[in-house]
Design a protein around this ligand. Structure first.
Ligand code: KIV
Ligand code: NA
Length: 266
């Protein structure tokens, strides 16, 4: 039950140990997750939707993520804390460094950024060279919602699948040490997971990723006001209490029983 470290992530993948991640935005849930075996906590810019009530993550600011990161950090003693760089905080490498520095000073141990375009890869290298661990995020990157025209499964066509495989290699080569894959078909996520040495964390990416993440509100079965995506599972219904839900989720991720085919895209 030692605290997680950045080098521990790659070691877990080597050992075939699955990683259970949840999003959190405040101390109370952070404490409940930490005490019940969650390995990684994400202060996601999903807070724009589930906490602030916006229709996308685009309105979220660095100040918002810093505030929630500081609150979550005070609830943790074992889980590793990742915080999102919100929309355009990674538009230039210098902006990314300024935002990431604030997030680490608020208690994050790693920052996450979406995409693998040229300036994103440059930002990953820029941060890693400056001692800021980076988690990449590919597939359905919600900050790209306007270009995508909605929240849709990514990488279904062969050309897009090849691009995603190349992007995964590129972010790893740039120095990212963790990779979130969101809403990609299970076989593609499995292929990427086999091809990179850094752990992959899936959300709607099938059972073969090295770990899984869910958004807190989805995990508790709260109605988002939108159609519930296929990968969402209400663990509160199964676990009976918040602590029970967390234990059920962690056990199911660790033993590979979540997600099953019903909660994945073929
Ligand atoms: O913001 C968020 O919660 C995320 C996860 C869904 C991966 O980026
Ligand atoms: Na996010």
């Amino acid at each position: 039950n030692k605290p997680w470290t950045i080098p521990g992530l790659a070691a877990a993948k080597q050992a075939g140990q699955k990683l259970a991640m949840l999003t959190a935005y405040d101390t109370g849930f952070a404490r409940a997750f930490d005490a019940n075996g969650v390995d990684l906590i994400l202060v996601g810019d999903s807070l724009g939707m589930v906490v602030q009530g916006h229709a996308s993550t685009l309105p979220v600011t660095v100040d918002d993520i810093v505030y929630h990161t500081a609150n979550v950090a005070r609830g943790l003693s074992r889980a590793l804390l990742v915080a999102d760089l919100p929309f355009q905080a990674d538009a230039t490498s210098q902006r990314a460094l300024d935002a990431a520095t604030r997030l680490l000073q608020a208690g994050a141990q790693m920052v996450k950024l979406e995409g693998a375009g040229p300036h994103k890869l440059e930002a990953v290298r820029f941060l890693v060279e400056r001692e800021i661990p980076v988690c990449a995020h590919l597939g359905l990157t919600p900050q790209s919602v306007l270009r995508f025209g909605g929240y849709k499964v990514q990488g279904r066509e062969e050309v897009a699948a090849r691009q995603l495989r190349e992007d995964a290699q590129a972010v790893a080569a740039a120095g990212a040490q963790l990779l979130v894959l969101e809403c990609v078909p299970s076989p593609l996520a499995a292929a990427i997971t086999g091809a990179v040495s850094i752990p992959t964390i899936g959300i709607g990416a099938g059972p073969d990723c090295d770990g899984q993440v869910l958004v807190l509100h989805d995990f508790l079965g709260l109605d988002s006001g939108h159609r519930r995506p296929r990968f969402v599972k209400d663990f509160l219904a199964e676990g009976g209490s918040v602590a029970g839900a967390v234990r059920a989720y962690v056990a199911a991720v660790h033993d590979g029983s979540f997600p099953d085919a019903e909660h994945s895209y073929a």
